[in-house]
Design a protein around this ligand. Structure first.
Ligand SMILES: *Cc1c(COP(=O)(O)O)cnc(C)c1O
Length: 289
C-alpha cells in the first residue's frame, strides 16, 4: 500500500501459505503482478528467475523464511537478480529475523518486515519495518489510501519520537526489554542459540520415520512430512491431548502430511529431548506407522 502502486509490475514468490498471502495482498491492492510458483518444499533457483531477466518488472516480493513449509529462499540470488534488473525488493523476514542472518545492505533489500511474535518472542501486536532510502522515496510519492497504516504519517510522527496512533504499548515495552537483553547476549549468540537448537532437534529425529519437508531448510522451524496412513494432524492432536506438548499443525492440502516444530522462543535442548521421547512413545504405540 505504501511502496507499490498500480504503475508497478511485481514478481511475487507464491510458495506456501505466506507466499500466497503476499499474492492476495497484491490482488487486494490492484498491484499488477506475476507469480513464481515453486514446488511445495522447494526454494527458487537461477532457472526460475531466468524468464524474467531484462523484462519490465519494477518490484520483487518474497518471504525470506516461508514458515508454513520451512523454506529459506536464497536471498543472495534474489538480491543479485533485483540489483541487475533494478527491482525494488520487499522481504517478509518475520520468521527469519533473529533466526537466520539477514544483511539488508549486502542483499539490496528495500523493505524488511519483522514482527514482535516470532524470534523476538514477545506477544503479537507490533510489526517493524526497516526501509531503504529508495523505500522512503516511494513512500513520499505514493498515496497509500489508508489512514492507520500510512507510513508517511508514521515517519512524520517518528521525527518527534511518536507514533500517529496509540500502539500496543505493553508490547513495545517488552520489545524494548528484549532488545536490551539481546544487546547483552549479542546478536551472533542469539542466532547461534537458535540454530544449535534446530540442529540438535534435526539430529535427534534421524531414527524416526519423518522426512524433512524443506529442501532448503530455514532455522526457525522444522517442517516434517509423514507417509499415509500416518496423519500429521493426528500426531499434533495426540501430542496436545495426551502429552501436553504443542507442535504446529499445517493447514490446507498439507494438513495430513506435514507438521512443524519451532525452535524460537524460550526453548532448550531438554524440550527437544522431551518431544523426541514423546515421538518414540508414539512409535511404540504404532501411531507413526
Ligand atoms: C508469522 C508470519 C507472518 C505473520 O503472520 P500472523 O498470521 O500475523 O502471525 C507473516 N509472514 C511470515 C513469513 C510469518 O512466519
Amino acid at each position: 500500500m505504501n511502496t507499490l502502486d498500480g504503475n508497478d509490475r511485481a514478481l511475487v514468490v507464491n510458495g506456501g501459505s505466506f507466499g500466497h498471502r503476499f499474492v492476495e495482498l497484491l490482488q487486494l491492492h490492484s498491484i499488477p503482478h506475476t507469480e513464481i510458483c515453486p514446488k511445495p518444499g522447494y526454494g527458487i533457483d537461477e532457472a526460475d528467475l531466468a524468464p524474467f531477466e531484462g523484462a519490465c518488472y519494477t518490484a520483487f516480493v518474497v518471504n525470506l523464511d516461508e514458515t508454513s513449509t520451512g523454506v529459506l529462499y536464497d536471498i543472495k540470488l534474489i538480491g543479485d537478480f533485483c540489483k541487475r534488473n533494478g527491482l525494488f525488493l520487499i522481504v517478509d523476514a518475520i520468521s527469519a529475523f533473529l533466526a537466520d542472518p539477514i544483511d539488508m545492505l549486502a542483499d539490496g533489500i528495500d523493505v524488511m518486515i519483522a514482527g514482535s511474535q516470532k524470534a523476538l518472542a514477545v506477544p503479537p501486536g507490533v510489526s517493524m519495518l526497516t526501509l531503504s532510502p529508495r523505500a522512503l522515496e516511494r513512500i513520499e510519492r505514493i498515496e497509500s489510501g489508508i489512514m492507520y497504516l500510512d507510513l508517511k504519517l508514521a515517519l512524520k510522527n517518528g521525527e518527534r519520537g511518536q507514533t500517529p496512533f496509540t500502539p500496543a504499548v505493553g508490547t513495545l515495552l517488552q520489545i524494548n526489554a528484549r532488545l536490551k537483553q539481546l544487546e547483552e547476549t549479542g546478536l551472533t549468540a542469539e542466532l547461534e542459540r537458535i540454530s544449535t537448537l534446530a540442529a540438535d532437534f534435526r539430529k535427534r529425529i534421524e531414527h524416526l520415520p519423518f522426512k524433512l519437508f524443506s529442501h532448503a531448510p530455514a532455522t526457525a522451524v522444522t517442517a516434517l512430512e509423514v507417509e499415509p496412513p500416518v496423519s500429521a494432524r493426528t500426531i499434533f492432536t495426540t501430542l496436545k491431548d495426551e502429552y501436553e506438548i504443542w507442535i504446529c499443525p499445517n493447514g490446507g492440502e498439507l494438513a495430513d502430511r506435514v507438521f512443524r516444530v519451532g525452535h524460537i522462543g524460550d526453548l532448550t535442548v531438554d524440550d527437544n529431548a522431551k518431544l523426541v521421547s514423546a515421538f518414540d512413545d508414539l512409535k511404540k504405540r504404532g501411531l507413526l506407522g
